[in-house]
Write a new protein. Structure first.
Length: 492
């Protein structure tokens, strides 16, 4: 394929294998034009496109811009000249761009027909805004099928990015600029409903030998996000709806933060998962992450280290913590290790510790209770320890509930008081009811009351003394449990 710098290619179909070679000789005696695209392709179709460059080109900036193009398979490998940028706007593409000196690869409002591999690149920018559109001319494209628009929106689109110096994935839904060429080019914009149905999967991989400066994922709606490898720069995932998050074999030398993360609610596969597996979470900050909205949350063989959890949403009830599991593969939650219960216990302890370190004692108390409930399920815990744990669970939910001891104290004390009155023949006899007995109930609650607080010692029976003694033991224990729960935020 030949073309002089500052050429424009419009409404063309390139069949077979097309090779675009950038040579130094093409730019001899060509004057650089600031702000103008070097090669422009508009509304073109490529079955297969390969861009080659094997020599340095002495030119300030070389930009190759594709607009509204369909590229069945693109390959850009081993580009030598460091001044080349490749930009795609509202294109349908798949293929690979890797191991090159390309200055920038930019994809704006693009549809991925399967998978795009972006590997070992200096800068990768992926963005979406309200100009996202489907040219109706694509319906007659040989790369597409009859129900193209509907299938294009529903199909899975995967970005596999071996993160280089800078990676930015950004969605600006507030950008409502009008396209001046919309009518002339017969363009149909995506509706909000269609945009929300886009099935986009973002896979970020950090190679140990790759220098990394920063990665930003902002305002995204993703069906899935996978992060793996050792990031030696900064990673930010912010204000995004992500249905499935997989953090595998991940660590960060710089800083990683997840802020404002929750499911997007647009998942087509019915899987809302959050998995952290074999990762080191040192220098990772989870802020305002709604773990409770995910169907399954798995932490497996991961170290929480100095991770921070602030303003995160955890379930309110123990039963809802059943979704927090520890399995080698979250896609097979039924396949559990023999020490699964102990793994869950250790994870809850780590979470509790990290929440306490951030000052979030409210959520930490939940994890304290859940950890003890998990400890109850471990087989090799002694029966006496399980008895203590079970009693604490019932009486005050492991120091977190004041409602439990108050309720149990009222129930037991009323029942024991009635039995006590029966044992001394003060109720259910052929006399009128003594309303003073209601006042004496509060004396009965006082664990320091005298044994003859209601009747003389000669009127007491063995049953009445036994019931009174049992009441003092039970009430004293429940008062202690109430005080322990009441002071849950004052503990250190």
């Amino acid at each position: 394929m030949d073309g002089n710098p500052y050429s424009k290619f419009e409404d063309l179909a390139f069949s077979g294998n097309t090779v675009m070679t950038l040579k130094s000789s093409d730019f001899e005696e060509v004057e650089f034009k600031e702000g103008k695209v070097t090669y422009l392709f508009s509304n073109c179709t490529f079955d297969s496109l390969r861009i080659e460059n094997t020599e340095d080109i002495d030119f300030k900036d070389i930009s190759i811009f594709f607009s509204d193009c369909c590229i069945g398979d693109i390959k850009i490998e081993d580009v030598s000249s460091p001044n080349i940028s490749v930009l795609f706007d509202n294109c349908m593409i798949s293929g690979i761009v890797k191991k090159s000196n390309i200055r920038l690869v930019n994809l704006t409002n693009c549809f991925i027909n399967g998978v795009i591999f972006l590997q070992d690149l200096k800068k990768v920018h992926v963005s979406f805004d309200k100009r996202h559109r489907v040219p109706t001319s694509w319906n007659n494209n040989p790369l597409t099928r009859r129900d193209f628009r509907r299938e294009l929106i529903a199909q899975k689109q995967s970005y596999i990015i071996d993160a280089g110096t800078e990676v930015v994935y950004h969605v600006n839904i507030r950008d409502d600029r009008n396209d001046p060429d919309q009518k002339a080019r017969d363009i149909q914009r995506l509706t909000n409903e269609e945009r929300n149905k886009l099935n986009i999967f973002l896979d970020l991989r950090y190679s140990p030998d790759q220098e990394h400066y920063r990665t930003r994922v902002e305002h995204a709606l993703l069906s899935g996000l996978s992060i793996s490898g050792n990031a030696n720069g900064e990673l930010k995932v912010e204000r995004s709806g992500i249905d499935r998050i997989y953090i595998h074999s991940f660590s960060v030398s710089g800083r990683a933060s997840f802020f404002g993360i929750k499911p997007s609610g647009t998942d087509q596969e019915g899987k809302i998962h959050f998995e952290i597996r074999r990762s080191n979470l040192d220098n990772v900050w989870f802020d305002n992450v709604s773990f409770k909205e995910y169907d399954l949350v798995s932490f497996f063989q991961s170290s929480f280290g100095l991770a921070n959890f602030t303003s995160c949403g955890f379930p309110d009830k123990y039963d809802e913590f059943e979704k927090f599991i520890s399995v080698g593969n979250i896609h097979y939650p039924e396949v559990k290790e023999d020490n699964n219960d102990r793994n869950r216990y250790e994870i809850f302890l780590q979470l509790k510790k990290r929440l306490e370190s951030s000052g979030n004692f409210f959520e930490a108390q939940k994890l304290h209770s859940v950890a003890n409930e998990a400890l109850l399920k471990i087989k090799d815990v002694s029966k006496w320890d399980k008895f203590i744990l079970g009693l604490n669970s019932i009486s005050n939910n492991h120091g977190t509930s004041i409602k439990h001891p108050l309720g149990w104290m009222f129930l037991f004390s009323v029942c024991l008081y009635i039995l006590y009155l029966l044992s001394i023949d003060r109720i259910f006899i052929n006399t009128s009811f003594d309303w003073n007995l209601i006042g004496y109930y509060f004396s009965f609650l006082d664990i320091t009351h005298r044994i003859d607080f209601l009747v003389g010692k000669k009127e007491l029976t063995g049953w009445s003394v036994t019931i009174d003694w049992i009441n003092k033991i039970v009430t004293g224990f429940l008062i202690y449990q109430f005080i322990a729960a009441f002071r849950k935020y004052g503990k250190r």
